[in-house]
Design a binder for this molecule. Structure first.
Ligand code: NAD
Length: 487
């Protein structure tokens, strides 16, 4: 234990950066606060351009050797990291819950196993990544996925380690080196990941972790000329700043951003299923980019749907996320709570009616809220709230449902509840979204392309799409033996 260690439920976490295989402290720190009770967990090294530059230099120096490491060896180390995650699963789960307030039972049973799976999946995908050679007038074309170089990966607080490893794993598998910048509200599990990766034998400098406020350290990372890829998950305004910063070097970007996704409920749907899907939208206290926050319900079933939804939502337990019985935990930060309440109060002032909720709870909790009587062009329908706040509108027919569903600047996901397979086919074909679910929600396979349309993102990651982004694709054309150029 050193002055640079904090402990969460007996788990020691180093509060310094991880650069070039060494812990590096900044002179300044920032407090890391738990949303559960507002307690300060510890003081975290507060990075600046100095640490950003050092981390990119470490990533650059370690790149040639890692890029030249045979695929099988890279895959072996990624599996060893997955082993380490599984070994420390309980520790990661309690640290993450304490840091971001999401449910401990989800972290234990869903999220942390998925973190391990991120490494296993991309390790295995790497080994089968190939493109069949093809011929052009007797010449062989050979396509290769060459490592691109140092990658900057910037992640948000709502699912910190899940979203970080969804980027770190394919970037490392591809033979790249990484500088990871976790969100300032939730830096802890990234620090533990650095320990796990080192124990798994990942060479020094291949994974670096720098901490700090995006406004203080971000620019130095995203404008650095030695950075070959930037993958960002977060908000639209930050994405615009990062895009401008990356433009100086034409650094390729992958942007996974916000959403305002619809849940379309047709009169022919299994209403129990539709209500189950609807109530799921309060998961993680509504802090889920993919959440279907706009309910669009066919007029003839709107009343019954609302009745059943209110009944089901009333059964949810809000409270300490470490408690097995809790369904909805706290929101991440007083500032976020302020933002959520601002959206709700402005909506109510503009004529919206709170069917349930519509106000803060105790401490850092927000009452699960459903608003009706909302106009399509209102702020509450058009803007992402990122809290447990849902809206309900009705539609008369399929055309109106599709029109309302597509009428925002976002296009991350959409969910359709219908009992008619032909309707499902017609409607899903017209929806603008990176992912569309029919009669289900949040089924995500790592081999599927993932990303958003319009302001919900740029590019797709997942399976081969991740390698397309993280690699420099090269086509090598070889002439047949004895070929003469005049032939
Ligand atoms: P945010 O944009 O405020 O911050 C995200 C990250 O960017 C943080 O690490 C932050 O420190 C960093 N950052 C801030 N300013 C920066 C700058 N100038 N340069 C570089 N980095 C900078 O987002 P947030 O509030 O942490 O996250 C919530 C948002 O993320 C929501 O909009 C949500 O929908 C979105 N999100 C999207 C997905 C997806 O996969 N599409 C997943 C989760 C969250």
């Amino acid at each position: 234990m050193t002055e640079h260690t904090l402990t969460v439920a007996g788990v020691a976490v180093d509060t310094r950066h991880w650069i070039g295989g060494e812990r590096v402290a900044s002179t300044e720190t920032f407090p890391d606060v738990s949303p559960i009770d507002g307690s300060v967990l510890g003081e975290i090294s507060r990075g600046t351009a100095v640490e950003a530059t050092a981390a990119v230099a470490a990533a650059k120096a370690s790149f040639p050797a890692w890029a030249a490491t045979p695929r099988a060896e890279r895959a072996r180390i990624l599996h060893a990291i997955a082993d380490g995650v599984e070994k420390r699963l309980e520790e990661l789960a309690i640290v993450e819950t304490t840091d971001n307030g999401a449910l401990l039972r989800s972290h234990r049973r869903g999220v942390m196993p998925r973190v391990a799976h991120n490494f296993r999946f991309f390790a295995d995908w790497l080994l089968k990544l190939e493109h069949e050679d093809f011929e052009t007038r007797g010449h062989t074309n050979h396509v290769s996925w060459d490592p691109a170089g140092p990658c900057v990966l910037i992640t948000p607080w709502n699912a910190p380690l899940m979203l970080a490893t969804w980027k770190v794993a394919p970037a490392l598998a591809a033979g790249n080196t990484v500088v990871l910048k976790p969100a300032e509200w939730t830096p802890l599990t990234a620090s533990l990941l650095a320990d796990i990766a080192a124990e798994a034998g990942l060479p020094a400098g291949v994974l670096n972790v720098v901490q700090g406020y995006g406004s203080e350290i971000g620019d130095a990372l995203t404008s650095h000329p030695d950075v070959r890829r930037i993958s960002f998950t977060g908000s639209v305004p930050t994405a615009k700043r990062i895009s401008a910063s990356a433009a100086a070097n034409l650094t390729p970007l992958s942007l996974e951003l916000g959403g305002k996704s619809p849940l379309l409920v047709f009169a022919d749907a299994d209403l129990d299923l539709a209500v189950d899907l609807a109530v799921e939208q309060y998961d993680n206290a509504g802090q889920v980019c993919l959440a279907a926050t706009r309910f669009l319900v066919q007029e003839s079933v709107a009343e019954e749907f609302t009745r059943r939804f209110v009944e089901k939502a009333g059964q949810l337990t809000q409270g300490d996320p470490r408690d097995e019985a809790t369904d909805i935990g706290p929101n991440i930060h007083p500032r976020q709570l302020e933002k959520i309440d601002g959206f709700v109060q402005r909506a109510i002032a503009a004529g919206a009616r709170a069917v349930i909720g519509g106000h803060r709870g105790d401490g850092q909790y927000y009452a699960p809220t459903l608003l009706t009587d909302v106009a399509q062009d209102s702020e509450i329908v058009q803007e992402e709230v990122f809290g447990p706040v849902l809206t309900l509108q009705t539609f008369a027919d399929e055309d109106e449902a599709v029109r309302l569903a597509n009428d925002t600047r976002f296009g991350l996901a959409a969910t359709v509840a219908t009992g008619d397979p032909e309707r499902a086919e017609r409607v899903t074909a017209q929806l603008v979204a990176g992912t569309v679910w029919t009669n289900c929600f949040f089924v995500r396979d790592l081999q599927a392309p993932f990303g958003g349309s319009r302001h919900s993102g740029v590019g797709r990651e997942g399976g081969t799409w991740s390698f397309d982004f993280y690699c420099d694709l090269k086509n090598t054309v070889t002439a047949p033996k004895g070929w003469q150029s005049h032939e």
